[in-house]
Design a protein around this ligand. Structure first.
Ligand SMILES: C=C(O[C@@H]1C=C(C(=O)O)C=C[C@H]1O)C(=O)O
Length: 364
């Protein structure tokens, strides 16, 4: 390509950037106007709600539907995600607590869902994320809930039994694990591998094949594992991209998860009910009396009404030995007439039924 051609193209890009800049600024001014209208229409003593997850889901979907390429739908939506995040921060920056420390996949999930213009706060444990939201110190919390290889994150499910929380969103993240070492690590004499128990389990076969006799040490998070190896000579960590970058570690092996589609689903928890978007999911907790056919009775109304169950999980109820609660996710919003009918039917048979929340299906 000639210098001339290149110069002309760069001039075109400069001109387009000017337009993009002007349009983004116009959009941001519009969002400021939205904030003004929201404030003006408040009743006496009412707290304004700036963040509207149902609206954001619709904006992203529209972008993906209209996108003509050459950028892919996900890539385009990711750019718009960040624009919205910055626009919302002009209205009011969101405060978000997540399972830390910095560099966890939960932090990456928080950024994927809310964008980077939030004030984020790492917490040491899942339960602390719940408590931080309950105390009103942050607007939302982000916690992992299930992994496609390893199943439920029990701490999260159990925390829902102890706290009154509303689920306001979900996000799915592809999880790639790497074997990481620090600059002082003697790579031929690794005697210990640190990671979160979930991550060790997600890489079990790879570890059995490559490091069968090395001690596997479970720590509170894979970011914590990454932090530890920095100062140790004979240890490695299993963690993801964010932690590797944050602690300046070298990758001895990449993408060592046993299943290539290894993904984790995260939930956004808060106090805000989310209105229907037309493409929603609902999560409930149900406890049934311990009698024959109880689970069947619970499932029949879903089947009869053609409601798609996406997940069912059983946990000890904590209120009696050998009694259980069911965590159920299904497609639909609790305000949909069909879903309302199903929930009424179940509550007639159940010992207890709690709707944890209805929220837009993950867009990204
Ligand atoms: C602008 C609004 O407020 C926020 C910002 C949005 C945006 O930038 O598009 C969308 C929803 C809200 O989280 C709105 O409610 O429309």
């Amino acid at each position: 390509m000639s210098e001339q051609e290149l110069k002309a193209l760069r001039l075109r890009i400069d001109a387009l950037d000017e337009k993009v800049l002007e349009l983004i600024s116009e959009r941001a001014r519009c969002a400021q106007e939205v904030a003004r209208v929201k404030m003006a229409s408040l009743a006496e003593g009412e707290v304004p709600v700036f963040y509207r997850p149902e609206r954001e889901a619709q904006v992203l979907k529209r972008v993906m539907e209209r996108n003509q390429g050459p950028l892919g739908n996900e890539e385009m939506a990711r750019l718009f995600r960040e624009i919205m995040s910055s626009c919302l921060a002009l209205e009011q920056p969101l405060k978000v607590a997540y399972l830390g420390p910095e560099g966890t996949f939960t932090q990456a999930a928080a950024m994927k869902h809310f964008g980077h213009a939030v004030i984020s706060k790492p917490m040491a444990a899942i339960d602390e994320v719940f408590r931080e939201v309950a105390a009103g110190a942050v607007n939302f919390g982000v916690v992992p809930v299930e992994n496609s290889t390893e199943g439920a994150v029990n701490h999260t499910l159990d925390s829902f039994l102890e706290h009154d929380m509303v689920i306001c969103g979900e996000v799915e993240l592809r999880i790639h694990h790497h074997l990481l070492v620090g600059e002082n690590t003697k790579t031929d004499s690794i005697s210990r591998i640190y990671s979160h128990a979930q991550s060790l389990a997600q890489c079990r076969k790879w570890l059995d094949a490559h490091y069968p006799n090395v001690e596997r040490v479970a720590v509170s998070s894979n970011a914590e594992a990454a932090k530890r190896v920095k100062g140790e000579w004979n240890s490695a960590a299993i963690a993801g991209d964010m932690a590797a970058g944050l602690y300046g570690l070298t990758r001895l092996a990449e993408k060592i998860e046993d299943r290539p589609d290894n993904s984790t689903r995260f939930l956004m928890i808060g106090n805000q009910e989310v209105p229907p978007t037309g493409d929603d999911k609902t999560s409930i907790i149900v406890s049934m009396s311990n009698k024959p056919g109880a689970l069947h009775e619970l499932l029949v109304p879903f089947h009869d009404n053609g409601i798609d169950l996406t997940r069912i999980e059983t946990r000890p109820s904590r209120s009696g030995k050998w009694t259980y609660v069911f965590f159920i996710d299904f497609v639909g919003h609790h305000r949909d007439p069909l879903v309302k009918g199903v929930l009424e039917k179940i509550s007639q048979e159940a010992v207890a039924l709690k709707v944890l929340g209805s929220y837009p299906k993950a867009v990204l």
